[in-house]
Design a protein around this ligand. Sequence first.
Ligand code: NAD
Length: 450
Amino acid sequence: MEMRHAVESGRTLSIEFRKHLLISLRDAILEYEEEIYVALHKDLRKSREEAYATEIGQLLTEIRIALKNIRKWSSPQPAKTNLLNFPSSSKIIHDPLGVVLIIAPWNYPFLLSLRPLIGAIAGGNTIVLKPSELAPSSSTLLERMIRETFPKKYVSIVCGDGKKTVQTMMEIFRFDHIFYTGSSVVGKLIYQLAAQELIPVTLELGGKSPAIVEKDASISTAAKRIALGKFINAGQTCVAPDYLLVHRSIKNEFLQKLEQCIKNFYGDNPQQSESYGRIINERNFDRLMRCLDGVKILFGGDHDRKNLFFSPTVVEVVQPNAPVIREEIFGPILPLFTFENIDEALELIATNPSPLAFYLFTENAEQEKSWIKRVRFGGGCINNTIWQLSNHHLPFGGIGNSGIGAYHGEQSFDRFTHAKPIMKTPTWFDPAIKYPPFDGKLKWFKRMIR
Ligand code: NAD
């Protein structure tokens, strides 16, 4: 395949060439900015402001960081050498992985396609991008952007039904790495397909991310930041708080503040608000309707299937096996649970272990330490939600059920390169003790090797 030749030809080893591709991508994003707004509005009814803050702006930052640091990241790193190997010297070289397949979901269709692409280009790979067919306006535009911006032997794009296209591509070609963002169900299928050829994978999955509000939290701030993190993009955000655990003593006050925030953000009728998105399709809308089984609506609950509108909704579980306890909600329904002490809360968290994100609201440093130590999660915030992923100094990724591997900023470069260690040993010094016969050398080995 042409892409394999392109990477093996050594052309992508040139830092200038990688920079040129990154600059071309940046220019394309700026050139197509208006069309990106239109596509995101059609697919998800995102406002221009939200589209910029959560997709375009994040991409421009990621490209800027890559352009600024790529030379440093890709320079061979000197490494120490231990006494046993004296007088050798050591270094680590960052090699491209080769031909990489990036599979993206629909909820942030530009960000989650192009952010990994930036890392993969910076790492010197050639790339096949597979956006989600469920955000059709965005994937059609991405297809045009990619085709017009890159020679297809360096970056190409395949659109359509993932079930068919991904399987077919993997049958006819052995990729060197697969970077997948999406549901755990499909993630497992990708992992199985990749395993047959021993292809390494990155899996950026979802999960049920809790937000904890302790009794000493700043309640107004917690309500505001939880409402933003949950209802942005109509709840269709992988790191959105999936459910709330609020200390029993502050439940009523918190709930009242949360309702007020939702009204402040989206008005009395969120369907009229320019800042409130829509559900991606009818299948997901119907799935969300089923999430209302076994719950009591505390706030919201309005919906309009024809217009794929589902209002910000806060619920309380009234049946022990309600779907919202078991499944990732991935929409604007926020179940509220209460707890008296950390052990009680941990029991509920343990029913969906290793979430992608974890949010804790507290003003108490001891509480903070104790929660962070006892919950296993991909990444998170104290007194905030979702913004951790906009800090490119932090790795972003899951653990256990929520994924394998992290990216963003320098971590993306590391994700898309192989750290190749090399030790160079001069020939002028070659002590006989290192070679057979070994008889009688054990005592020397015991001194030298430990
Ligand atoms: P999805 O799994 O349905 O689809 C993701 C991609 O996989 C699409 O490109 C699709 O075409 C492809 N695909 C679908 N079925 C396939 C199959 N059988 N074989 C091969 N490829 C296939 O996911 P989605 O519904 O688009 O995304 C929602 C999920 O993604 C949620 O669980 C969410 O939490 C998660 N997510 C995670 C992150 C993250 O960064 N960790 C980001 C966004 C979304």
